[in-house]
Design a protein around this ligand. Structure first.
Ligand code: ZN
Length: 289
């Protein structure tokens, strides 16, 4: 089948048949199918991505109902308190848009051999995670194996401000640890901490250990949609018009602004120093988490 087919006619006039062919040929891995991921996946399919993998181990829950695009009311049984596996909805969405798209479902954590192998084999990874712990691992994995990684994050703060950012990690020149605001090192440490250590820390602070857990912050549908679309736009530009693509974008919803953050050379960033050095990086140590 020719790439030049009716399905993509309206966008081929924007970025050309060559750009469409690059989108079609790209192997894309989506990490996290939640508030952001459910907006990203259908857009990737509509753009013409033909080879996808989705990494997600959770099931749909009652608190996801306010923002998960494409999930049905019947996907969660309130009486039984049981929800559908999120990856099954990912498959339903993809096949509903185009049955010819190949989708590999990885119903497992990022810290699993099959997830690591999918990431390493990808042309582009899109991260739709909700905590900096998982981001740090994915960042290191992508840098060590030279995989281009587009990371999306939405943010809602206690003072009523909100927004998010899109970061593109590639070429060993800037990663999530050294670009923009970097990553939250406390959150990373807590993510890598085991249950017993977390319990001990909660005792020290005199708080419930759930407060120290990560990934259950405020989240709302419109903000996720904006950040997801900005991320997909960068994906599209990366493959079709690289000169227009940005490395780091900040969205400030309360100010109604999107700004491009200049990325300086990585300098002494430890993680950037691992670029394409799989052996020294030893990312497989995370599988024992
Ligand atoms: Zn770096």
């Amino acid at each position: 089948m020719s790439v030049r087919c009716e399905r993509f006619d309206r966008q081929i006039t924007i970025f050309g048949a060559e750009g469409q062919a690059r989108i079609r040929a790209a192997k894309v891995v989506l990490v996290g199918y939640g508030g952001l991921g459910t907006f990203v996946l259908p857009q990737l399919c509509l753009l013409g991505v033909k080879s996808l993998a989705v990494i997600e181990y959770e099931t749909f829950s009652a608190t996801n109902r306010n923002r998960y695009f494409g999930f049905l009311h019947s996907d969660y049984d309130a009486e039984k308190g049981v929800g559908i596996d999120k990856v099954f909805v990912a498959e339903r969405i993809v096949k509903g848009i185009d049955p010819e798209i190949s989708i590999k479902l990885i119903r497992n954590r990022l810290e699993s051999p099959e997830a690591f192998e999918a990431v390493i084999g990808a042309d582009v990874v899109v991260g739709c995670l909700d905590c900096d712990g998982a981001r740090a691992i994915l960042n290191e994995l992508c840098v060590a194996y030279g995989v281009t990684y587009i990371d999306l994050a939405s943010e809602v703060f206690d003072d009523g401000t909100f927004g998010g950012r899109i970061a593109v990690v590639k070429d060993g020149s800037g990663c999530l640890q050294c670009m923009g605001d970097g990553l939250d090192q406390t959150e990373i440490r807590r993510y890598l901490t085991d249950e017993q250590q977390l319990e001990n820390e909660a005792k020290v602070y005199g708080v419930d250990k759930r407060i120290l857990s990560v990934g259950s912050g405020p989240s709302v549908v419109d903000l996720n949609g904006i950040i997801a679309s900005l991320g997909v736009q960068e994906f599209k530009l990366l493959l079709t018009s690289p000169g227009l693509q940005s490395r780091y974008l900040n969205y400030r919803g309360h100010l109604k602004t999107i700004s491009k953050v200049e990325v300086r050379p990585a300098g002494d960033c430890y993680c950037c120093g691992l670029y394409r050095k799989e052996d020294s990086a030893d990312v497989w140590r995370y599988l024992t988490k």
